[in-house]
Each structure stands twice: as structure tokens, then as C-alpha cells.
Design a protein around this ligand. Structure first.
Ligand SMILES: C[S@@+](CC[C@H](N)C(=O)[O-])C[C@H]1O[C@@H](n2cnc3c(N)ncnc32)[C@H](O)[C@@H]1O
Length: 244
């Protein structure tokens, strides 16, 4: 019920960037909710994980989330796996735990996003996830800005497997571009990608996650994407098809 009010206030404050950021930070401090920021994310995750289980001929693969903030959607993904009886999946969460990196270039459009937005310290996130009953034997959090953490060294350091489901909840074109480029080697036929910020810049395909995914697919002609589902308020999911 509060969401439309919040949206209206954001819209009113957008022409005044300093005020907008101040109010946004204040809201983040006052509102300690650990629920996923997107109300549609838990349902989309459950649907995607159920499909991943149904389609798997052997190993389901792993769950990846890029941008976990306070851990709401991450915990929801683990809950869904428990309910669906999916036991083999490992859960990887990637975040700076310092919020967004510097917002530059096309990501500055509309002034919606700013450096440091969605900062949540790692120890607080670990506490939230523990309270949510997360199984730490099946969970790995990887701290750092993606430009530092999504590396070839990380691929050697962790036993990453193919993507069953990946939630890309990192708001920006630049962050999404970094994620897709790193994740490419783990995408198999049937991997599901959920873009939480698909419509964050409206329907302009030259911005945000839409642009990053379109450029990624052009760069990798062996990969195709089939639209799978959409989820509120801005999300869109795809199934990856990989030619042999
Ligand atoms: C909208 S929040 C994620 C919300 C979360 N998935 C949920 O449902 O509650 C976006 C997150 O992306 C992270 N993020 C965005 N770009 C990043 C980057 N380049 N490197 C590391 N973290 C990044 C921010 O720190 C922030 O925690």
C-alpha cells in the first residue's frame, strides 16, 4: 500500500537531486525491512526454480544473485528451493555491500540511481540471512564491486557450476554488462536469467539492463533468449538457448 505513495514522492523529488538523495537515504535508514525490494521477485524465483528442476536431466546447476542488498530475494530463492525439494543447488550472492558504484554515462539518465545507494553492511546482511534460516553450507557471499570480484581468479577459486537461475538485480547498465560478460561461460541451454530492473528506465531499449542484454546477445550469436515471464514492478525473465 505504501509503494504507490513512495513512487509518487520519488517522482516529485526527482527534479531536485540533492533532496531526492537525502530523502532516499533517510528512507533506507528508517525502513529496516529485509523483504525483497521487488514484490514480484519471490514468485518469479519460485517459478524459475521449479522450471529449472523440471527441465534438468541431471544436475540442476547453481543459483546466482548479483546485487543482494539486505538479502530479501536471496533468502526467498533459498526458501523456494527448500519447498521444491531442490537440494543440490549452491547459492552465490555477489555484492559490494557498499551500494552502487559511481553512476556514470547513460546510467545517470533520469537521476534515479546514485553512488552508494542500497548500501547494506555485510555483517548485517549475514545476520538477516541467518534469521531467515539460510543454510550456510550451501551459501557463498562474494564481496566487492563487480569490476574487482567478477574475475578469472574467482572462477578458479570457487567451484561455480552452470546457471540454473540467476537474478540480476544490480540496477545499472554498467553493472549488468559486467555480470553478463563474466557469467557467459556458465550459461547453458535452459539457464534462466531474471532481470529485476528490466523496466527501471521505462521502455527505452537504449538504457539499463535492456541495452546491456541486447549488446550481450549481439556479441554472442550462439546464444538466444526466449521471453519467460515478467514480474512487478520492473522485472523480466528469459530462458537462454545455446546452439550446439
Ligand atoms: C536493488 S539492490 C538489490 C535488491 C535485492 N536483490 C533484494 O531483492 O532485496 C541493488 C544491489 O546491487 C548492488 N550492486 C549494483 N551494482 C554493483 C556493482 N557494480 N558491484 C557490486 N554490487 C553492485 C548494490 O550494492 C545493491 O546492494
Amino acid at each position: 500500500m505504501l509503494r504507490p505513495v513512495k513512487k509518487r514522492i520519488e517522482h516529485m523529488l526527482k527534479p531536485f537531486p540533492t533532496l531526492y538523495r537525502w530523502a532516499s537515504r533517510l528512507y533506507g535508514t528508517v525502513n529496516r525491512s529485509t523483504a525483497p525490494l521487488s514484490p514480484g521477485a519471490p514468485g518469479a524465483l519460485r517459478e524459475a526454480l521449479a522450471l529449472a528442476k523440471e527441465w534438468a536431466s541431471g544436475d540442476v546447476g547453481d543459483y546466482y544473485e548479483f546485487g543482494i542488498y539486505r538479502g530479501g530475494a536471496f533468502a526467498a530463492a533459498q526458501r523456494a528451493c527448500r519447498e521444491l525439494g531442490i537440494e543440490s543447488v549452491h547459492f552465490y550472492g555477489f555484492d559490494s555491500f557498499q551500494g552502487l558504484p559511481p553512476v556514470e554515462g547513460i546510467d545517470e539518465t533520469d537521476g534515479i540511481f546514485y553512488e552508494g545507494q542500497f548500501a547494506a553492511p555485510k555483517d548485517a546482511v549475514v545476520r538477516n540471512l541467518t534469521e531467515e534460516g539460510v543454510d550456510w553450507d550451501r551459501t557463498t557471499l562474494i564481496e566487492g564491486f563487480f569490476s574487482d570480484s567478477l574475475t578469472e581468479e574467482a572462477k578458479e577459486a570457487y567451484p561455480f557450476r552452470s546457471v540454473a537461475v540467476a537474478l540480476l538485480d544490480c540496477d545499472l547498465y554498467s553493472s549488468t554488462q559486467e555480470v553478463l560478460s563474466w557469467l557467459e561461460s556458465y550459461l547453458v541451454d535452459g539457464s534462466i536469467l531474471l532481470f529485476d530492473d528490466w523496466e527501471s528506465f521505462g521502455d527505452d531499449g537504449d538504457l539499463g539492463q535492456k541495452r546491456a542484454f541486447s549488446e550481450f546477445l549481439t556479441k554472442h550469436p550462439g546464444l538466444q533468449a526466449e521471453s519467460l515471464l515478467s514480474f512487478p514492478p520492473h522485472g523480466q525473465g528469459f530462458v537462454v538457448r545455446r546452439g550446439q
